[in-house]
Design a protein around this ligand. Sequence first.
Ligand SMILES: Nc1ncnc2c1ncn2[C@@H]1O[C@H](COP(=O)(O)OP(=O)(O)OP(=O)(O)O)[C@@H](O)[C@H]1O
Ligand SMILES: O=C(O)[C@H](O)CO
Length: 534
Amino acid sequence: MLFKHKFLKRFSLFYRCVNRKSEVNMEETLKRIFNKSVDSVKPVELISKNKFVNLIHAGNKCLIEINDSKSLNKYDVTKKKIHVVGFGKGVLALALELECVLEEKLISGILSVPIGASKMISLKENSNIKIIEGAVDNLPDEKSLNAAKEIKEKVQSLTDDDILFVLITGGGSALLPLPIEPISLNEKSTLIKNLSRAGATINEINTVRIAISQVKGGKLLQTAKKTHKIISLIISDIVDDPLDLIASSPTIPYKKPINTPKEILEKYNLFNSLPKSILKIIEKNGNIQQDLSSEPIVNSDVFLIGNNRIAIEAAMKEAKHFNLFPVFLSSAVQGNVADVSQAFFELAVTVQHFSSLSQKEFQERIAKISLILSPHSNFFNDLVAALKADLPGICIISGGETTVTVTGDGLGGRNQELTLRFTRLCHDANTQSLNDLLLLSAGTDGVDGNNDAAGALGGSRILSDFIKDDMKSETNITRVLNDFISRNDSYNFYKNFLKNHGGDRYQIIIGHTGTNVMDVHLLMIMTSQMEKLS
Ligand SMILES: Nc1ncnc2c1ncn2[C@@H]1O[C@H](COP(=O)(O)OP(=O)(O)OP(=O)(O)O)[C@@H](O)[C@H]1O
Ligand SMILES: O=C(O)[C@H](O)CO
């Protein structure tokens, strides 16, 4: 804990003297900002409204134009047949946009999408695209294995007459499992589950996935050598948009990893318990790049069409509509959810108490928090500008993907656990002023771990519904919070416990959104009672 309790108590007295009933509906405001940020990265925005892909008929020629803001790319498709394959949480909506743009030029396709995805989005009535749903709880299963086999066969069958669109979004790794033989699906799936529960980062998990797959890490592209052109359209759900890791990049050869798969498995104590089949492959594929670098692939173009930054920009714009001063923190928030929730808490408290801190103290605190939250280079100046502004509140906006080391048997996800831990920190600090802040954290894919929520809201104000209840003493609340956190049961804290006490508006349930650009965090701090910086 960076701040001592003493520090918090000193300032709480000041805030208790002020009647701080805010008229802003903080929950609703944050939810609306989040929804706008998700809308901005939906395929309909990225492909159609932005005119990213266009079909042009010029005389007796037919061209596809791809306008990626850096360059205009033209493909002569007059005598070509166009196909599509895709895997990930957002590819159904992407394929629909592609169908609308390419019309009858698009003659076939196969998509591997999460269970339930086609309840939310339907392709055109006479669609030529086959949809295979699979990967319950984001883990590979027989259905996604069959999808992967079909996709590989399809790609292998293409010739110089064909153009192939490959749609890639987050969640694609679990939806395109094809382990190197003799590794079984169950062995692979157990290993990935163990890595994830041990708190491995997505970069680490995908490095291991690539090493044991027949199609990941550019290997699907190898099977498409005879195809005239392969055009990959990617929505990024990894920090810094590493194209060779998103959905384990079946169409982009993997660069040398920072840590080898073996080192990663050793780090999480999983190497010594590997089944023989995996062990053999891991020892052989020490340097993943080797097999692929010998044959440069010339018939492939790759476009990044959406990322977390776009969602953040939309959130910034929407926050202004609510008269909040938006401050961009980072698109790269990573790390253990315990550290990240602590850092968000300390950031909120520092902002609330800036007028009592010397400039040096303020800078030092922000610098400490920065070690965890990796702020954008202008963050400090932007924050100071917000503190000088005459607006009722600040909204600090970030994105990224935290990790949870799951030791309990509850239901939850990194977002709900982040907001629950944040709530506990605010509650423990026992300061009235903390009622003026609220943190929203949610996955832009609409899914947070192994349940139907996308995320939640956290802060001591979410407890006020049941603090009023005479039955609950302060100690009881602390015990309840600790219990749900230790069992990794954040979902049920919001779904059942909080709801039973009248707090039913703090969990975010929106279903599959048809896109995926990691998580968004919105920290709202009402400043109307705070002194402004001069
Ligand atoms: N009970 C739980 N409480 C907290 N976090 C959990 C729990 N169960 C799983 N998780 C975390 O949820 C994460 C997996 O969530 P999810 O399936 O949404 O993955 P994802 O990373 O968003 O998927 P993808 O990147 O493939 O789209 C892991 O980080 C895991 O540690
Ligand atoms: O599918 C995956 O590998 C993750 O969502 C990261 O892209």
